[in-house]
Design a protein around this ligand. Structure first.
Ligand code: ZN
Length: 203
C-alpha cells in the first residue's frame, strides 16, 4: 500500500508559505507506519519544535492501473477520508534550503492520522467537497476541492505515469490555507460536508 501526498495544491496555501504555484503536481510519499487510525492520538515527536497541521481530503484508490487515460481516471477512486499531513516545518525548512528530500519532515511515524472512509456516492458533489479542520473547537482550515490546482482526475493520470496504482493506495490531495502549529493538549477535528469524521488529540 502506498501513501501519496501532493504538495501546494491550493493557490492560497502556496502563497501563505511564499512558495511559487507549481506547474505540475509536487509528489512525495509517506510510509504505512505514518498512518494513525481509529482516532488514536498523535504523540509530539522529540526531533522538532514546530509541528504543523495540514488538513486534507484523502482519496482511496479502488483499482489497479498504470498510465491511466484522463477519461477513465474517475473509475480509479471510490471514497474519501479526512487526513492530517503532519509536517515538521522546522526540519522541512532546513531540508528545502539545502534542496534535500523532505521525507523525515513529512513521513515520520504517526504523521498521517486518517479518518474512516466516506463513499463518493454519499457526497452531494464529489467534484466539490467542503472540508474543515478545527483546532480546539475553532475552524482553522476551510477548503473546497473545487479550488484544487490539480483535481482528482489529474492526480490519477499524473501519478499513474510513474507509479502503478494499486487498490488500497491513498492520495493526500493537498492542504488549503490556514496551516499552523499544534501544541501538546490541542485537539484537532476533521469534518467533511458537515460530518465529524476525525478526532486527533496531540499528546
Ligand atoms: Zn500536505
Amino acid at each position: 500500500m502506498k501513501i501519496f501526498c501532493i504538495g501546494r495544491n491550493y493557490i492560497d496555501h502556496a502563497k501563505e508559505l511564499n512558495n511559487p504555484v507549481p506547474s505540475a503536481p509536487i509528489i512525495f510519499m509517506k510510509p504505512p507506519t505514518a498512518l494513525v487510525v481509529n482516532d488514536k492520538p498523535f504523540f509530539y515527536p522529540d526531533f522538532t519544535q514546530d509541528i504543523h497541521h495540514e488538513g486534507e481530503i484523502v482519496l482511496r484508490v479502488c483499482k489497479n492501473g498504470r498510465s491511466v487515460e484522463p477519461q477513465f481516471a474517475s473509475r480509479y477512486y471510490d471514497a474519501v477520508a479526512f487526513g492530517i499531513d503532519f509536517t515538521a516545518r522546522d526540519l522541512q525548512a532546513k531540508l528545502k534550503e539545502k534542496g534535500h528530500p523532505w521525507e523525515i519532515a513529512k513521513g515520520f511515524d504517526r504523521s498521517a492520522p486518517l479518518s474512516k472512509w466516506m463513499p463518493l456516492a454519499d457526497l452531494p458533489n464529489p467534484q466539490d467537497i467542503h472540508f474543515q479542520l478545527k483546532k480546539n473547537g475553532e475552524v482553522v482550515q476551510d477548503g473546497h476541492t473545487r479550488d484544487l490546482i490539480f483535481p482528482f482526475d489529474t492526480l490519477i493520470v499524473h501519478l499513474s505515469r510513474y507509479f502503478t496504482l494499486q487498490r488500497g493506495d491513498m492520495i493526500f490531495t493537498g492542504t488549503p490555507a490556514g496551516v499552523g502549529p499544534v501544541q501538546i493538549g490541542d485537539v484537532l477535528e476533521g469534518w467533511i460536508e458537515g460530518k465529524h469524521l476525525l478526532t486527533c488529540a496531540v499528546k
